[in-house]
Design a protein around this ligand. Structure first.
Ligand SMILES: [Fe+2]
Ligand SMILES: [Fe+2]
Length: 295
């Protein structure tokens, strides 16, 4: 049998296994269910608290349903029965390692994209951290709108990346502060479409697309790039957060508004039929509820 090509660390019990983690996190963990000092269930719980995506395979002699349920509850990803069939062990470990590798690749891609966004923002002291702030504010509003956990995760990434298309814009336009020509306006208004194109290779693209492509859409059809008159509430939450952050961040050519003034500006958007009342109300209460988190 060909070796799996992995480095193996061994520990006689859960406690010592945790100690080994000081040297770094493994890619997959095989743990006996019954061990002295700390059993496999407790070890699984602790490992999952450290890294929820770390695959944990529990080895157990008892095939009882009860034990498996406990294992699943603790967060175990897989079970192997003792005595262990070596071929099965290799296949299972190999499968989990492959999944983990794919996951890491996706995480790397996400990190690379976020780095890209930060690089764009860093070109201008006033937009540094814009994506993160927009994500934070939009999440507060989305929480008030009753969004589920998965929707919140997509919204967060979508909000972080909403302006990724600006990477295509020349620096002077990004900094602004001077009257733009018609051609420059056109270039700016293309950033949602450019962002949409940049994210296309991502598996999450269909879920992130609305935030990136439609964050400048307005309910009266005056927005861009598609001139929509219906915009999903969670996308409007990002749009509201985007407006709010732009107004509360100072620019070289204008002063920052105070939070209450920026909220007033959002109410004006509602009166003009550009954002929904429900979304702006959620935005206001989300910001109020979380104001202790905001500096
Ligand atoms: Fe934008
Ligand atoms: Fe923005």
């Amino acid at each position: 049998m060909a070796p799996l090509g992995v480095e193996v660390w061994q520990a006689p019990n859960g406690q010592e296994a945790l100690g080994l983690l000081r040297q770094g996190l493994p890619h997959v963990v095989l743990a006996d269910l019954h061990m002295p000092l700390m059993d496999g269930l407790e070890l699984t719980r602790r490992l999952k608290a450290l890294d929820p995506l770390l695959p944990v395979i529990l080895l157990t002699a008892d095939a009882e349903r009860e034990v498996r349920l406990q294992g699943i509850q603790a967060g175990a990803d897989d079970f192997l029965h003792k005595p262990v069939d070596l071929t099965e062990l290799r296949l299972r470990v190999g499968g989990h390692l492959e999944r983990r590798r794919l996951q890491e690749k996706l995480e790397d891609l996400e990190r690379a994209l976020l780095a890209l966004v930060r690089a764009v923002e860093a070109k201008d002291a006033y937009t540094a951290g814009h994506g993160e702030r927009v994500a934070t504010y939009a999440l507060y509003a989305a929480g008030e709108l009753g969004a589920g956990e998965e929707e919140l995760a997509d919204l967060r990434l979508g909000a972080l990346l909403h302006d990724v298309g600006k990477i295509a814009l020349p620096d002077p336009i990004l900094r602004g502060g001077y009257p733009l020509t018609e051609a420059e306006w056109r270039a700016i208004r293309e950033h949602p479409v450019k962002g949409d194109e940049i994210l296309k290779p991502l598996r999450a693209h269909p879920r992130l697309r609305p935030y990136v492509r439609w964050h400048h859409e307005r309910l009266d059809g005056s927005g861009y790039p598609d001139g929509l008159t219906e915009v999903p509430p969670l996308v409007q939450a990002v749009a509201a957060a985007d407006i709010y952050d732009a107004l509360t961040s100072g620019r070289t050519y204008r002063q920052a508004l105070r939070p209450e003034e920026a909220l007033e500006a959002l109410e004006a958007e509602v009166r003009q039929g550009r954002l929904s009342r429900e979304v702006v109300r959620a935005f206001r209460s989300g910001m109020a509820r979380n104001r202790f988190r905001l500096t």
